[in-house]
Design a binder for this molecule. Structure first.
Ligand SMILES: [Zn+2]
Ligand SMILES: [Zn+2]
Length: 522
């Protein structure tokens, strides 16, 4: 970049350590890890480097983005909890522009995967994908294009996981809870705040086991790995019992003993005893091969044969593939997960201070990763033992750990080593739970998180007297920025620029506020 083009004040600021710029950025709520993307304007033919906020939900990565995310989540939670009209959920037909974005993203993903396969550096392409995901959401599409993956395998009826003896009501086609009319004619709209916890794995004190040797780390690890499926089952059962399309906004947070637990704002109400009954009756079975006895470990590991797969190093026998192993399962599930006895159910009224307090509580730890709340020596040692237990636990059908138990992982390829799975679930910051931290049912509110973001943007632009026109999705083409690209200024300079811009906007807003507060002259 041409140094003379940089204002003097900015040039003078360059020697400032990046840390200082970061601190100032944090004070002003400016993203400290912006992603630089080259944006080519197809209408004007001009290209410029644009900083896109990293959007991290975690404080350890980017406090300002984490804070903004938390605020958006709180707004989203408030919006849907006590809704008194059915939300209108009719996904529009995708426009050409949206289709184009998704296709382009697919191309970029393929490029990235190729690069990874070739052992190259994928950070540029990862940045492009991040930018595209933002674009896709801003173009009005929900969720993430990778979507959810689900196994379609047909299970024998013996393995049906029906809810046992729970009451079952006739389904009404509504997502709204009941209202109650008080003697004074006022209508009350009660909802629920529910906390669900996993069972005990051994006595704990101050977040660490009293006796680490008897603490059931294997069970704790498996429960954490499959926690999200238990939550899905709970929602299915809840809807069946409630007799309407119950909507929820839930967050998964770490307990002090490092097990995940769930806070759930539920729209509408049910008797407390029934909620407890549903939690007690809910379970989920994992129909996977056994992972209790190691068959291959240390240097004694299955060997990859191109075109054949992994073979037993002693006999040369081909190990069963994932599908073969599933066909040979016994009648015992590999794991059964349930909630613990500790079920907390609280009634909450719309608009009460109580409701606000619950929303704050619900989002309290959202900006922290599950393994980030460690406190003291005993708890750190506890975390280390937990990570050790997770190391050889298979996290998914594609986990290399299956080789340890004599099964070829799904989509096996060369270079797989048990204990070296790169999936998030094994990492200290996730402690087995690699799922989403915020779970919002589809008909919670009329708005997605991206739409809440858009609300804010529209509000600011309106205050500035500018129309928030939707951008033509064909207008821009995004490209990765190579490290060392001369068009990208040093990070300190970019942060200072964003801060200056933020200050300009704030000043303008303040000015507008003052204008509107000034009494009109007669
Ligand atoms: Zn950020
Ligand atoms: Zn794994």
């Amino acid at each position: 970049m041409n140094d003379r083009k940089t204002p003097r004040a900015v040039r003078m600021a360059q020697p400032l350590a990046r840390d200082v710029a970061e601190e100032i950025a944090k004070l002003h709520g400016v993203c400290i890890r912006p992603v630089a993307l080259k944006r080519l304007d197809m209408t004007t033919g001009k290209s410029e480097v644009v900083d896109v906020p990293c959007g991290s939900p975690l404080e350890s990565k980017c406090p300002p983005c984490a804070k903004r995310n938390r605020q958006l989540r709180m707004a989203q939670c408030r919006e849907g909890w006590h809704l008194d009209e059915e939300p209108i959920i009719t996904p529009d037909e995708p426009t050409d522009g949206q289709r184009w974005l998704v296709e382009f993203r697919a191309d970029m993903q393929a490029k990235r995967d190729e690069e990874e396969k070739a052992g190259g550096d994928t950070s540029d392409l990862d940045a492009v994908l991040t930018g595209l995901d933002i674009e896709i959401n801003e173009a009005g599409m929900r969720g993430n294009v990778l979507g959810r993956t689900s196994s379609k395998r047909v299970r024998s009826t013996k393995r049906r996981q029906d809810a046992p003896d729970l009451p079952k009501r006739k389904m009404a086609s509504t997502t709204l809870g009941r209202t109650f009319e008080a003697a004074d004619g006022k209508t009350y709209r009660p909802s629920l705040f529910v906390t669900l916890t996993l069972p005990s794995y051994g006595k704990v004190m101050n977040g660490a086991p009293v006796d680490p040797d008897t603490y059931d780390y294997v069970r704790a690890a498996r429960d954490a790995l499959h926690f999200s499926k238990l939550v899905d089952r709970f929602v299915q059962n809840l809807r069946r019992v409630a007799g309407y399309d119950v909507q929820y906004f839930a967050t998964v947070e770490p307990q002090k003993r490092l097990a995940p637990h769930l806070h759930m704002a539920v729209r509408g109400t049910l008797p407390r005893a029934e909620m407890k009954q549903i939690a007690a009756a809910t379970y989920h079975q994992i129909w996977w091969p056994q992972a209790d006895e190691a068959r291959f470990e240390g240097d004694h590991l299955p060997i990859w044969n191109e075109g054949i797969g992994y073979v037993n190093p002693d006999t040369g026998e081909v190990l069963p593939t994932w599908d073969e192993a599933l066909d040979q399962l016994s009648d015992e599930p590999m794991h059964v997960i349930r909630f613990g006895d500790q079920v907390d159910v609280k009634g909450v009224l719309a608009g009460s201070p109580d409701a606000d307090q619950c929303i704050r509580y619900l989002s309290k730890y959202l900006t922290k990763s599950l393994g980030e709340t460690l406190d003291g020596q005993a708890q750190r040692e506890h975390a280390t033992r937990f990570v050790d237990a997770l190391r050889y636990e298979p996290c998914s059908p594609t986990c290399p750990n299956w080789l340890r138990y004599g099964v070829q992982p799904k989509s096996a390829k060369s270079g797989m080593v048990p204990g070296c799975c790169r999936s998030k679930a094994h990492k200290p910051e996730h402690l087995g739970y690699a799922g989403r931290r915020v779970l919002v049912s589809r008909k919670w509110s009329n708005k997605t998180l991206a739409e809440h973001k858009q609300d804010r943007r529209t509000w600011v632009l309106e205050a500035l007297g500018q129309a928030d026109e939707p951008t033509d999705p064909h207008r821009y083409v995004w490209q990765p920025v190579k490290p060392g690209d001369p068009e990208v200024a040093p990070i300190g300079v970019r942060l200072l620029r964003s801060i200056a811009e933020r200050q300009r906007w704030r000043a303008h807003l303040r000015h507008l506020e003052e204008l509107s507060a000034t009494p009109q002259a007669a």
